[in-house]
Write a protein of this length. Structure first.
Length: 333
C-alpha cells in the first residue's frame, strides 16, 4: 500500500503575528484589554507628569540663572535680594552630598545586619516584634524626628564630638571648636536613623525570598550559618539591598524639616564635620521660600532643579547596577 496516499490531518492553523502577540500579552479578553489600556495609560501619564515637572523647573530656573551675576555652580553665596543678585549652589551641593554619605555609611550596614538578624538569627517570637517596631519607625513624621534631634540628639552629641576632637582632630575632619552640635555630622546621624527603617524593611523582605533549597544545599555541604548567609543569602539579595539603599538615599537627599530643625547653616564649607556650616538643597528651600520674592523663588526653584537631576542620576545609577546583577534579582529588571 502506498503510504503517500494515506489521509493525514491538516496542520493546525497558526495564529497571525498580531493575534499571537496579543494572546501572549493576555489581551484577548475585554477585561484584559481594559486593564492593559489602563496600565499603559498610567505609565504614559506618569511620564507626562515627570516631563511637565522638569519643564516647569527648567523654565523658572532659566529665568533666575540668566540674571545671576555669579557662577550658579561654584558661587559660595546666596543673595537674591541684592542688585545684581549673586547666588550659587556650591555650598548646598556639598552639604547635601556629605550629609547623605554620612547617613548611608551608618544606615546601610546596620540596616542589613538587622534584616539578617530578623530573618536568620532571631527566634520568631523575637523577630516579629522587632520587625513591627521598625515598621512603626518608618511611619514617624519628619518633623517629629527633627524635634527629637533638636531637643535630645543635639545636646547628647557633645561627648562624641569631644572624643572625636581628642583623638582624631589631627585629620581636620573631626576638629571641634566646642560650638553647638548643630553640624553636618549630627544631621547625617539623624538622617541615618530616619532611613534605617526603609533599608531594613526592604532588605528583610528580600532575604525572606531566598530559595530554601539554596540554603539547604549549603548546609548539606557543611557550611556554617554565616557561610550560608555569605554564599546564598547575600548574593541572592544583593540587588534588593542596592534598591533599599537607593530608596534610603532618595529620602536622605530630599529630607527637609528634620534637617532644617537641627542644622545651623552659615553658607560656608568647613573641612570639619563637627562645626556648624553648610546647608542642603531642601533645607535652604524650606528656610528661604516664605520670605523670598518672585525672583528669589525662581532661584530656589533652580536649586530644586539641581536636586531633581541628582535624584534622577542616583536612581539611574541604581538601575544600572541592578541590571548588571540580574542573575541575583530573581526577575528581569
Amino acid at each position: 500500500m502506498d503510504i503517500t496516499t494515506q489521509d493525514t490531518p491538516p496542520p493546525a492553523p497558526q495564529p497571525a503575528d498580531g493575534a499571537h502577540k496579543r494572546a501572549v500579552r493576555g489581551a484577548t479578553r475585554p477585561g484584559d484589554r481594559i486593564f492593559l489600556g489602563l496600565a499603559r495609560g498610567s505609565g504614559i501619564f506618569l511620564l507626562v507628569v515627570m516631563a511637565a515637572i522638569a519643564a516647569f523647573l527648567t523654565w523658572r530656573a532659566v529665568l533666575a540663572i540668566s540674571e545671576d551675576e555669579g557662577n550658579f555652580l561654584t558661587t559660595f553665596e546666596w543673595n537674591t535680594g541684592t542688585k545684581p543678585p549673586v547666588f550659587g549652589i556650591a555650598v548646598l551641593a556639598y552639604g547635601t552630598v556629605i550629609s547623605s554619605i554620612i547617613a548611608m555609611v551608618i544606615a546601610v550596614p546596620i540596616g542589613v545586619a538587622i534584616a539578617l538578624f530578623i530573618t536568620h538569627y532571631a527566634p520568631r517570637r523575637l523577630g516579629g516584634p522587632i520587625a513591627y517596631v521598625i515598621d512603626l519607625l518608618a511611619a514617624v513624621p519628619s518633623i517629629v524626628y527633627g524635634l527629637w534631634g533638636a531637643l535630645i540628639l543635639v545636646p547628647q552629641m557633645d561627648g562624641l564630638f569631644g572624643w572625636l576632637n581628642d583623638y582624631f582632630s589631627w585629620t581636620g575632619i573631626f576638629s571641634w571648636d566646642e560650638g553647638p552640635a548643630r553640624t553636618m555630622l549630627t544631621v547625617g546621624i539623624l538622617l541615618a536613623i530616619m532611613i534605617l527603617p526603609i533599608i531594613t524593611n526592604v532588605s528583610r523582605e528580600v532575604f525572606n525570598q531566598v530559595p530554601q533549597m539554596h540554603e539547604e544545599a549549603a548546609l548539606a555541604l557543611g557550611a556554617t550559618r554565616w557561610e550560608v548567609i555569605r554564599m546564598s543569602v547575600l548574593p541572592f539579595g544583593r540587588s534588593g539591598v542596592i534598591s533599599a539603599s537607593m530608596l534610603g538615599l532618595g529620602r536622605a537627599l530630599g529630607e527637609t524639616m528634620a534637617v532644617a530643625t537641627v542644622l545651623s547653616p552659615d553658607f560656608l564649607i568647613h573641612a570639619s564635620l563637627l562645626n556648624p556650616g553648610g546647608g542642603t538643597f531642601a533645607q535652604n528651600i524650606a528656610a528661604k521660600f516664605p520670605e523670598a520674592d518672585e525672583f528669589g523663588r525662581d532661584a530656589l526653584i533652580a536649586s530644586g532643579l539641581v536636586l531633581f537631576v541628582i535624584t534622577l542620576l542616583v536612581n539611574g545609577a541604581a538601575r544600572m547596577i541592578i541590571a548588571r546583577r540580574k542573575e541575583y534579582s530573581g526577575a528581569n529588571a
